[in-house]
Design a protein around this ligand. Structure first.
Ligand SMILES: *[C@@H]1O[C@H](CO)[C@@H](O)[C@H](O)[C@H]1NC(C)=O
Ligand SMILES: *[C@@H]1O[C@H](CO)[C@@H](O)[C@H](O)[C@H]1NC(C)=O
Ligand SMILES: *[C@@H]1O[C@H](CO)[C@@H](O)[C@H](O)[C@H]1NC(C)=O
Length: 245
């Protein structure tokens, strides 16, 4: 985590320098991951303060720890309102740095907030294409299931009451995924009837830069390549000349 965050520091600073040369730093909003809290960024903000005095940031510290399992749409609404208020105070634009599940949350906020002013969205080790894998936290939360059968729980209305169920992507049960996934399938325009896909797309492509950071060795998100995929939006971004790193 420390190494990954340091990589992100470089990315933030690099873009802050590019975009903010004459106006100082843009405000940075940080969103934590699952089973964690804003304290996750303590070392990061200390380092930011040391290396780039004058930068400003807000750490979102709600949906802490077990509350991070709250359904993703509810988190999107609550955190989205909070972020919109911060954006209103920074009309010159903000950057988002969001870790793990927080990256998926930030993406849904960007897709659904019509007045967002996010310039750079840094998604750090986030399951943008969904999660399918046995990881430590799944074994801890659902000890009686393995990745091959947990769809039986996640692809039900009850399973959708858990955040992980909202972005569980089982490649062997696609029709159930499309039917039950209330969140990821909707964001990705994979539901049977996604009526808001145009609006989601319009909001998303207003980003200046999408920065996806991840690697095979953090053991959280499986498959790890999921960090680099934002489904069809990638194509939109490339076509609209937005950099994808
Ligand atoms: C969440 O955790 C942070 C510490 O990281 C704490 O300051 C904050 O009060 C907590 N928020 C809630 C809503 O419990
Ligand atoms: C999709 O939307 C159409 C038009 O609103 C409706 O007729 C159809 O029943 C819907 N299909 C499903 C599976 O919800
Ligand atoms: C979403 O999917 C529908 C049906 O496949 C398609 O008609 C629509 O153009 C898609 N929306 C976007 C924004 O790509």
């Amino acid at each position: 985590m420390a190494a990954v965050l340091n990589g992100a520091v470089l990315a933030v600073l690099c873009f802050a320098t590019l975009l903010g040369a004459s106006h100082g730093y843009k405000h940075l909003i940080l969103m934590h991951g699952m089973l964690s809290s804003g304290a996750e960024f303590n070392t990061f903000v200390k380092r930011l303060q040391e290396t780039h005095p004058g930068s400003t940031w807000t750490v979102i510290d709600i949906f802490n720890n077990s509350k991070s399992l709250t359904p993703m749409w509810l988190q999107t609404f609550v955190v989205g309102q909070k972020m919109q208020a911060i954006m209103d105070q920074h009309p010159e634009g903000v950057h988002l740095l969001c870790y793990s599940q927080g990256g998926l949350l930030c993406r849904s906020i960007i897709q659904t907030l019509p007045r967002h002013n996010v310039l750079n969205f840094i998604s750090l080790s986030s399951p943008q294409a969904g999660q399918y894998g046995d990881t430590d936290y799944l074994r801890f939360l659902f000890p009686t299931y393995v990745k091959e059968n947990i769809y039986k729980f996640f692809y039900t209305w009850k399973g959708q009451l858990v955040s992980v169920g909202n972005y569980w992507y089982d490649p062997f049960h696609q029709s159930l995924y499309r039917k039950y996934s209330l969140f990821l399938a909707e964001l990705n325009n994979q539901t049977i009837n996604c009526t808001q896909s145009d609006e989601y797309r319009q909001n998303f492509i207003r980003l200046k830069n999408l920065i996806l950071i991840g690697g095979p060795d953090d053991g959280v998100i499986t498959p790890w390549q999921s960090r680099y995929v934002v489904c069809f939006y990638i194509i939109d971004l490339i076509e609209s000349d937005v950099f994808v790193l």
